[in-house]
Design a protein around this ligand. Structure first.
Ligand code: KIV
Ligand code: ZN
Length: 520
């Protein structure tokens, strides 16, 4: 019978650590609900000691998730573990995940600790965590560059101290599949009492081998695999959940391994994570990329029409992309709209459905056909937002080849006041952003600005994403509109609202995190 492995998702922690991928509390809760629906065994919700904002987000996730273990990452320090437990205490199934590096280079240069001191700290941290929580995972950071015998010694000691899971991270994405598989096997064969715990792996993608390394580890006996949606994560990212799960399913003849994930929720989860983080999925990304199931070459199309299996090793339906959907347009009613939202994997409160439906009607008046992408973008605009300090009331731009661009912006402040300003800039968007800066009385740096289309076609909606920085902190914003200049202005105001919200929280002593993102 196939062996069941555990899927540990760390999109909300390692994924969120990637530059520009941070999520606010509401966004994390929304993604957590979807991960639960996807059927992950464990979700790592954050790093509670990193900031009060992170702690609050992990607490919020722990409060809503019932069918997955919720983990919080803690360094091997009492104060981190205290913060971790404060965040996790109310979870239906909490797990404290503590870590310390075991490689010579990390111990000498980062920790400035001897191997004996590291061993002692690891054991003390696991013992301390056990006072709070029965489920404790221990990770040996940079395990793949550690001395395998030292690794086994540390694992044996933390198992003695009560660890329930030991994790072997390839922290810097250095391992090669055959070698990494052998390391897992070595740990299993040389660690006393290893059969009392689950062996986990956690691979980064610096050499593009994270999924291959994870699969090799599973073949060599790993019980748990740590991964993220869309492969998000530090630097080149983590092993991609959807690629691991679909490899196991598509090649079950070879792996004979199974997991609890409902693969038909993969597409919806991927889209949600992309919407919330503002990080687009590359078109040729395996499983969830736009082109993953597109057949362009005539010879391929011919084959697929004759028999899909000629060029398709898995079906779009298996990851939750239905074929032959009814087209939605201005004559579609609320029922059809609600059904489509459900099909796309969203669970919304009645008020959010109402708001999204009103937006849909406005959009359907402008576009003949409203695509699934349009609906996802609409929904991202009606959920998971931080409170609005400023709302766009009106805007005008003037530009051309023989004059300087100008823009007049009118914003409504949450205190009921209206603010208007006209500015000159290098192009209409620069002028609009300058007018907004004047109104808010701050000049954040515009670190990144991207414009794209939600779908193809002349009547496509424009989608803008911006990243701003101010006094060493960063925020993201997204905006959509059938007018690209309006999309850009909305994105900028969204980032400004995220900034104002966080700065107000810091001023009130509830400092949040390094980066906050905001929706449309
Ligand atoms: O990459 C890594 O080593 C980690 C650990 C903290 C598990 O993310
Ligand atoms: Zn990692």
């Amino acid at each position: 019978m196939a062996r069941t492995i555990q899927i540990f998702d760390t999109t909300l922690r390692d994924g969120e650590q990637a530059p520009g991928c941070s999520m606010n509390l509401q966004e994390k809760v929304e993604v957590a609900r979807q991960l639960e629906k996807l059927g992950v065994d464990v979700m790592e919700a954050g790093f509670p000691a990193a900031s009060p904002g992170d702690l609050a987000a992990v607490k919020a996730v722990a409060g809503v998730v019932k069918n997955s273990v919720v983990a919080g990452l803690c360094r091997a320090l009492d104060k981190d573990i205290d913060a971790g437990w404060e965040a996790l205490a109310k979870a239906a199934a909490p797990r404290i995940h503590t870590f310390i590096a075991t490689s010579p280079i990390h111990m000498e240069y980062k920790l400035k600790m001897s191997p004996d001191q590291v061993l002692e700290r690891a054991v003390a941290a696991v013992r301390y965590a056990k006072r709070y929580c029965s489920d404790v995972e221990f990770s040996a950071e940079d395990a793949s560059r550690s001395d395998p015998d030292f690794l086994c010694k540390v694992f044996a000691a933390v198992i003695d101290a009560g660890a329930t899971v030991v994790n072997i991270p390839d922290t810097v994405g250095y391992a090669i599949p055959e070698e990494f598989g052998r390391l897992v096997q070595y740990v299993k064969e040389h660690t006393p009492n290893i059969d009392r715990v689950k062996v986990s792996v956690h691979c980064h993608n610096d050499l593009g081998l994270a999924v291959a390394n994870s699969l090799a580890a599973l073949v060599h006996g790993a019980d748990q695999v740590e991964c993220t949606i869309n492969g998000l994560g530090e630097r080149a990212g983590n092993a991609s959940l959807e690629e691991i799960v679909m490899a196991l399913r598509t090649r079950k003849d070879l792996f004979d391994l199974t997991c609890r994930v409902d693969t038909t929720q993969i597409y919806a989860t991927s889209r949600l994570v992309s919407q919330v983080t503002g990080v687009r999925v590359q078109p040729n990304k395996a499983i969830v990329g736009e082109n993953a199931f597109a057949h362009e070459a005539g010879i391929h199309q011919h084959g697929v029409l004759a028999n899909r299996a000629t060029y398709e090793i898995m079906t779009p339906e298996s990851i939750g992309i239905p074929r032959n959907r009814m087209v939605l347009g201005k004559h579609s009613g609320r029922h059809a709209f609600e059904e489509r939202i459900k099909d796309l994997g969203f669970t919304l409160e009645p008020q959010a459905i109402e708001e999204a439906f009103q937006q849909f009607k406005i959009l359907a008046d402008k576009k003949k056909v409203v695509s699934d992408r349009d609906i996802e973008a609409l929904i991202a605009g009606t959920t998971a937002t931080v409170p609005e300090t400023y709302r766009l009331d009106r805007w005008v731009v003037n530009s051309g080849s023989t004059m300087s661009a100008t823009s007049t912006i009118r914003l409504a402040h949450k205190d009921g006041t209206i603010h208007e300003y006209a500015a000159v800039g290098d192009g209409p968007i620069d002028a609009a952003f300058k007018a907004i800066d004047h109104i808010i009385g701050k000049e954040p740096d515009l670190e990144a600005f991207e414009l794209g289309a939600v779908t193809g076609g002349e009547d496509a909606q424009g989608e803008a994403t911006v990243k701003i920085a101010y006094e060493g902190r960063r925020w993201n914003g997204r905006g959509i509109s059938t007018d690209i200049i309006e999309a850009a202005i909305k994105a900028y105001i969204a980032a400004i609202n995220a900034m104002e919200w966080e700065l107000a929280a810091v001023a009130n002593g509830n400092g949040t995190k390094r980066e906050v993102s905001q929706g449309v």
